[in-house]
Design a protein around this ligand. Sequence first.
Ligand SMILES: [Ca+2]
Ligand SMILES: [Ca+2]
Ligand SMILES: [Ca+2]
Ligand SMILES: [Ca+2]
Ligand SMILES: [Zn+2]
Length: 579
Amino acid sequence: MLKKYLTAIAILALVLMTASLQAGDVKLTFDHFYDGPAVLDALEKLHKGYPDLTELRSIGKSEEGRDIWLFTINNSATGKDTEKPGIYVDGTIHGNEVQAAEVCLYLAWYLLDTYDSIPVVKEMVDKRAFYIIPVVNVDNRWRFFTDPVSYNIGRSARVPYDDDRDGLADEDAADDIDGDGEILQMRIKDPYGGFKTHPDDPRVMVRTKPYEKGEWRMIGREGIDNDGDGRLNEDGPGYLDMNRNYGFKWQPPYVQGGAGDFPMSAKPTKAVADFILTKPNICFDYAFHNSGGLIVRGPGSKLAGMYSPRDVKVYDFLGGEGEKIIPGYKYIIGGQDMYTTHGDFDEFMYSNMGIYGFVGELFMSEQERYRKPEDEPKGEDDDHSYYGGTPQEERQKFNDFVTQGIMYKDWKKFDHPQFGEIEIGGWRTFTTRIPPAFMLPEMMHRNASLVMFTAKHAPDVTLEVLEVKDLGNNLHRIRVRASNPNALPSLSNKAISKEIVRRDILKIKGSGFEVVSGGIVEDLALDRISNVEHRPWMIFSSVPSFGKTDVQWIVKGKGKAKITYDAIKAKNQSLTLDL
Ligand SMILES: [Ca+2]
Ligand SMILES: [Ca+2]
Ligand SMILES: [Ca+2]
Ligand SMILES: [Ca+2]
Ligand SMILES: [Zn+2]
């Protein structure tokens, strides 16, 4: 009777356990943007829905006192997070690059929602730890939804900074002078202003030829000269660019704009770096930004030097596959194909921490086209006449016929306190670096899929016995192989060469025998061994990308031997054998 009762309890417990892991329990939709409170609400829902697989905690506070939320996905039933390869993913270090947070939320939701239904996802969640920070710049992403802003306002941390060195900090930001809740553009009638109205579309201005008289002058972002210094909007909140504030070869603001007063001076920068230091198992990171449709790797500057060919091979494999997973995105080298950056997160992760990583530049303006592929025009990237190679009048057609005109605000007269009669209008806040909401789901799924692809390629090391050979005289030769079928090695070449992380340890232990020698098998066929000089039972090494490391021990005596593989960034393994 008691037995029956206990069985019933066990079954009930099992039912309750599986109930908390039921897929599809948490309904999140991805056809819109999540504002500040909605991001936290989504994370809380996911945590509540999958308490056994997730953890939600704050890693610190921002300048304005907002929490920076870390969402960890780890199945504790299959081990502690730090015992598994870790994948770090973040978004929105630049507060205006909002959709980066949605990609992070989507990734978290997808991994949990399909845990039961897609075997590959279950395996990935069971074997990896995911550390996801959807919003690093919590202050300015929050404000992107509450304050009047434009698509290019809010990149900075909320650290006051005197940009124009007049002794005042943040005294002249852009202003929503017409009170419509957005910061748009201002133009004023001026025959010498360099722009004229497009003959087919009065919203569009085109540059005048040098000998031509024009009609308009662009006066910049909506605003007034708040401090009366004769300059407009010259000193908005910040500027401290957290992605120039990290510690690897940090350069002062006169070399690197936005670098801040010293490395890690912004609170979120420091909080993220401190967190990374607590998770040495992280083997790959993905940081989402906009825009450009890019998969970017370092080096970001010449100061970082060349990356080793071994590491470049790993990057090239993942980046090459990434271009197929996200059609249209290009895999590039930041400092070479884009522009030089000092003190960025990606370089910190690779050069200081020895961790591979990509920057994902979301959004391709080319997708907002209104033409047939054979009619591709060739334009330069000029905000006024062209954007992303697309003439502005074509972009307007996309706006009119594909988004029903919500992307653009028509020019409207306004009496400016300093300029007199002007006009305000232009591309609205959720455009230009941000896609219309209907284009979000595919972008999120494909980018999350590339993260999952790299996660699958985290090191999975297995041990096998190649040989136990009786050499006579009570001696045995043991050869063991540690192999890795995935693209990420157990340690990057950077981590090994700079001794950032201790190497993997292959160890033989037991009683009744003595380890006479031990070493790495350089060539199995030629019997070429690099023997270790001291403590031959313990061999420091690593397991390469798509490869193996063979080790050999010669032992004297008999008994049971336990062979272990102990790694920082791969799961530990062990096997036993009888001698
Ligand atoms: Ca100032
Ligand atoms: Ca406005
Ligand atoms: Ca000023
Ligand atoms: Ca001013
Ligand atoms: Zn960015």
